[in-house]
Design a protein around this ligand. Sequence first.
Ligand code: AMP
Ligand code: MN
Ligand code: MN
Ligand code: MN
Length: 284
Amino acid sequence: MELAELHALNADLHCHSTVSDGWLEPADVVRRAKANGVELLALTDHDELGGLAVAAATASELGLRFIPGVEVSVSFADETIHIVGLGIDPQNSGIVAGLRQIRSGRDARAVRIGEALAAAGIGGALEGARRFARNPALVSRAHFARHLVASGVMPDVRTVFDHYLVRGKPGFVEHEWASLEDAVGWIVGAGGIAVVAHPARYRLSNADMGRLLDRFVAAGGEAIEVVSGAHSEDEMRRFATVARQRGLLASRASDFHGEKESPVDVGRCNPLPPDLTPVWSRFI
Ligand code: AMP
Ligand code: MN
Ligand code: MN
Ligand code: MN
């Protein structure tokens, strides 16, 4: 396929289902993507591959091209970084074991978040978060936030994060996720392409961002989300420049979680700058 044709394709390579912290079942995410005109979709639940089989089957019924994906939680320079894996083999034992280990740490973290909120005067938050988590193995801060909104503590999810769930706030607990090298290694080992997710969302100095990308590339990472539902236009331009300077493949990603919580619907992202090489050139 020619570069212009690749750019014309409606690709959305990052979104979530109820298998992590999305609101829609995997099959419904795929149906919504199809209805929104998506032509190439990756489902990328946090630290979980459990939705991929159903999503792939639904996509096949609908005649929608599908890429199995995942969004892996990583610790780097005191910050949590997300690395998306695209085109991974969901049966690969290395990534399956690595993600299982992340989920067990995530579970222990959820208990500590519940304790931290209780110490701040909000009891029952773990039980509340678990009611919002359709997958008991995957309790996210988003589930805590939804519970705090439902119980009237805060008006919306964003406000819960600002007041309770980010570093320095009472419900935040430190946590060690996977290393960058492990995450990229699992993805590449499972036949996938590693992508730095929503790079503008990390509180990193320019020097630390440089070190992140150096280590990412050294570990075998190849792509970066330039267009993201979590990026402003200025942030998009900043990371388009990064992609050019480092020769990285560029991804386009709504990071859709649900109608009420996501600024950009699945398949409704801006186009990539036309000179960049889309990461989906590797799948078409
Ligand atoms: P966790 O992986 O459990 O730390 O949760 C991270 C998830 O929480 C992200 O993937 C988003 O879905 C959500 N999230 C993080 N920060 C915010 C925020 N400021 N506002 C709304 N949702 C957020
Ligand atoms: Mn999420
Ligand atoms: Mn993310
Ligand atoms: Mn995401």
